[in-house]
Design a protein around this ligand. Structure first.
Ligand SMILES: [Fe+2]
Length: 159
């Protein structure tokens, strides 16, 4: 069953929610590719998904640094552990093992849990910076500066 986006996955930060939705799309693409028994497509999707998730983590970490998020260090650690887990899978795949099912179930559990919990935790700190909350938030020129920062980051991590 494809994952359906739920509001508990929303951080309320547009730029992040868009990236998270894209990750969910990739997980669903992986499921569809598996169902077609198309090995090549499965491998392509896995590669894109991992690549995109890594860019997303990089983006997120820089954004959290800029926002002065106090749990950045443990958050980075969690990203690192995830990347390590994923590389175990890719090593096994390189040895010819069929890891698609296991990887799919790990990704859907791990990433959704991370989005709904750890990522949600930084939402308030980041919203203060980007000021895209209704009322409150940063002053206008600060908002512009942080939006400039965000678009610069997007350019760096996603080409
Ligand atoms: Fe994260």
């Amino acid at each position: 069953m494809p994952i359906v986006w739920e509001s508990k996955l929303d951080t309320g930060i547009d730029v992040i929610d868009a990236q998270h939705r894209r990750i969910v799309d990739y997980i669903n693409d992986l499921e569809a590719a598996k169902a077609k028994l198309d090995k090549r497509l499965v491998n392509d999707v896995i590669e894109q998904l991992i690549d995109y998730t890594q860019s997303h983590f990089g983006f997120e970490e820089e954004m959290l640094e800029e926002a002065g998020y106090k749990f950045l260090k443990p958050h980075k650690k969690v990203h690192e552990l995830f990347i390590r887990r994923v590389s175990d899978f890719t090593l096994r795949a390189a040895r010819g093992e069929d890891i698609a099912n296991e990887l799919h179930s790990m990704l859907s559990k791990w990433l959704l849990n991370h989005i709904a919990n750890e990522d949600r935790d930084y939402a308030d700190t980041v919203k203060q910076m980007v000021g895209n909350t209704k009322g409150g938030g940063a002053a206008k020129d600060e908002k512009q500066a942080s939006q400039g920062f965000i678009s610069g980051l997007l350019g760096r991590f996603f080409r």
